[in-house]
Design a binder for this molecule. Structure first.
Ligand SMILES: Cc1ncc(C[n+]2csc(CCOP(=O)(O)OP(=O)(O)O)c2C)c(N)n1
Length: 552
């Protein structure tokens, strides 16, 4: 047996039944080993898509998604995926082929400092030493990906290691060691201290970061909010406090007198702390020393800041138990925060296109919402530019995936494919801009080959509108440059790849197009001709849409 067999069997023992991959001669032994290990491969059309799929798998299942790419260029293509997973706090294990160790420094084929490159966008990365180390390498990668703040881990697999002889595979598998769980909990006194701080505040607010938004942690943090009567706001958008999905949240944030950051970074999404009242107390529970240090840099080492290095995932349960002592009542503050977060301007209701004219983004979201409402289980995936902002602002679904604080466009189609594998019965809709569709449009071919159906609604405004809007706003109408696209028939691209296509130019036709797309049993692209609407800005008393000055 080979190192590749030890690797694949270890993955199987860890519960992996599927790897997202793009082939290359450096990793073909692993493909071969997957046959006997009973692991299926999903072979994509560009490496970043494999990592995006692993990322969505990680977010939806709570277990690391595994991606496998070849050395050199294959690995380099996967880096964006690692970055997105890192910033979205999603557990991923990336395996990449690598030149044989004895050839390093001698001009080997696709020789590259892969582990070093990945170190900037992953929790950990290393090059495997030999065939026998591969079992421990993979087990270690899983444990690191899942510990503390979840994230991606990379292992480079030298050709001599994956082809190296493993005499006793069973014995080697028995030797594979898992790290004992290393969650850092809070001492009883500290739990009491946090609860005391919360109960002494008049307008406390709990902010949860990406790691707390999915699966069991999401239920636990919600339960903590219900037990304490303290509003919980989940933040995962690169627009931060200006995320239109959070309504007029920025207004109430500024009047909170205590903020509890649960796995939430005090970073650009909170305007490096500027969005918080300078007199408000800040309590942060976070597993990462670096995150806590950066909070100190942003707030200053002042008496108003209390930090705890601990796992919010492990702390939230015990904190809830201690907090049952707090007297809970439906406070005015809770109502104030809830109504701010759910606020949408009335003017949106009038956003309807004249028949025959391009649709408004808002009315597209309303039809999609109706369609999602018709299913018991739904997954909504939002991606890209101004259209994506409208989608996030207006659509609710039992599960939502967005590209996260990284603000990286292009993930939607790979995310939707992985969502179908993770949730066979869910109704899956993704909304993305026409520019964004171009990143991984060819993955519709992958989706057809693997029978992964979902509905992709492409808002076609023939522009990279988010950037076009910046040009309009910052430089003027006569200084827009190179942000226009063609009004291409992306639906026909889908059909050419064996998927389902719909072309919609009229709002009345959208509901039937969604039904046809959903019941086609194929991946589907609905190409909807829309206006160049600026992203929504939600300010109470300001009854208009426009573009907020945020990152793109
Ligand atoms: C990987 C990556 N490249 C570029 C950007 C910058 N960017 C953000 S939105 C956007 C335009 C998106 O255009 P489109 O998908 O057509 O959506 P629209 O804004 O037109 O609704 C661009 C280029 C980014 N965020 N991520």
């Amino acid at each position: 047996m080979r190192g590749a067999d030890l690797l694949a069997q270890t993955l199987a023992n860890l519960g992996v039944d599927r790897i997202f991959s793009l082939s290359g001669n450096q990793i073909m032994p692993v493909y071969d080993a997957c046959i006997d290990a009973g692991i299926k491969l999903v072979h994509v059309r560009q490496e970043a898509a494999a990592v995006h799929m692993a990322d969505a798998w990680g977010r939806l299942t709570g277990q690391p998604g595994v991606a496998l790419v070849t050395a050199g260029p294959g690995f380099a293509n996967s880096l964006t995926g690692l970055y997105v997973a890192r910033v979205s706090e999603s557990p991923v294990v990336l395996l990449s082929g690598h030149a044989p160790l004895p050839q390093l420094g001698r001009g080997a084929f696709q020789e590259m400092e892969q582990a070093e490159m990945a170190s900037y966008v992953s929790k950990a990365s290393w090059t495997a030493k030999n065939a026998l180390s591969l079992g421990d390498d993979v087990a270690n990668a899983f444990d690191i990906a899942l510990s503390g703040r979840p994230g991606p881990v990379h292992i480079a697999l030298p050709a001599d290691a994956i082809n190296g002889e493993v005499d006793d595979l069973e014995g080697a598998l028995l030797q594979v060691r898992r790290r004992p769980p290393s969650a850092v909990e809070l001492a009883d006194g500290d739990l009491q201290k946090v609860v005391h701080l919360l109960s002494s505040a008049d307008r406390p607010l709990i902010l949860a970061g990406s790691m707390m938004l999915r699966g069991d942690p999401a239920d636990a943090i919600r339960n903590f909010g219900i037990t304490t009567g303290i509003p919980v706001v989940c933040m995962e958008s690169p627009r931060g406090i200006n995320d239109p999905a959070l309504g007029a949240f920025a207004e109430v944030l500024a009047s909170a007198d205590l903020i509890l950051l649960m796995g939430k970074k005090l970073d650009f999404t909170l305007q490096l702390g500027e969005a918080i009242d300078p007199d408000a107390s800040i309590v942060q529970i976070d597993p990462d020393e670096d995150v806590l240090k950066s909070t100190v840099r942003n707030v200053g080492d002042s008496a108003r800041l209390t930090t705890f290095k601990a796992d919010p995932l492990s702390v939230v349960g015990p904190l809830t138990d201690v907090a049952t002592e707090i007297e809970v009542s439906e406070t005015e503050w809770l109502v104030e925060v809830s109504s701010a977060v759910s606020y949408q301007p009335d003017s949106w209701l009038n956003m309807r296109a004249i028949p025959g004219e391009p649709l408004c983004s808002y009315e597209v979201t309303q039809a999609v919402q109706e369609y999602l409402n018709g299913a018991d289980e739904s997954i909504f995936i939002s991606d890209g530019g101004e259209f994506g902002q409208w989608a996030q602002a207006c659509i609710t679904s039992s599960t939502r995936i967005i590209n996260g604080p990284a603000g990286s466009i292009g993930t939607a189609i790979p995310f939707a494919m992985a969502a179908r594998l993770a949730r066979p019965n869910a109704r899956i809709v993704t909304m993305l801009g026409d520019g964004t569709f171009g990143f991984h449009a060819m993955e519709l071919d992958t989706a057809v080959r693997y029978g992964l159906d979902f509905v992709a609604v492409v808002g076609n405004d023939s522009a990279w509108n988010a950037e076009y809007q910046i040009q309009l706003r910052e430089y003027g109408e006569d200084r827009t440059i190179e942000t226009e696209l063609l009004s291409s028939r992306y639906d026909q691209v889908a059909v050419a790849l064996g998927a389902h296509g719909e072309y919609v130019t009229n709002a009345d036709d959208l509901p039937q197009a969604l039904d046809r797309a959903g019941s086609s049993g194929l991946p589907a692209c609905i190409n909807v001709v829309i206006n160049r609407d600026a992203a929504p800005v939600v300010r109470r008393g300001v009854e208009s849409s426009g573009t907020s000055a945020t990152l793109h």
